[in-house]
Ligand binder design. Sequence first.
Ligand SMILES: [Zn+2]
Length: 152
Amino acid sequence: MQREPETIPVPQPPKAKPRCRSCHQEIADAAKVCHLCGRPQNPVLNFFRYSDLISIGILIISIWQLTQALQQRVDASEAYAKAESALVKAVAAESRILEARRDVLEISAAVIDIADMIPNVTGFGAGTGDEDRAKLKKISESLKLRIRELKK
Ligand SMILES: [Zn+2]
């Protein structure tokens, strides 16, 4: 029976102590946090440095603010469109008012002419008494006054 060659234990160099993932200084074997720089030794936590987390936070806030700004721009342009349409309606309404005013002026002028003519019309005018003439004159005067007001 052949004897197996005795294995001679090779002297192992003393196992190196782990080093901090951040500052690369030697730290205790099971250290979760570096006692020198305070950085976590968990790979995930160490990957996201605090400054990175702050940057990501600022980035998220910036994106949110940009979204808000874009939304406000949309709101502003909607408000602008509404204001524009209101202005168009107001201009249209004003032109209708001016038209109505012109109509009133024309009708008033026609009524004044009639009121002034009636007493002079032969036959019909002959029948108008002083009271009627006075009434017609009053109508004519008040319409002329109204026209002056409208023309202001
Ligand atoms: Zn460290």
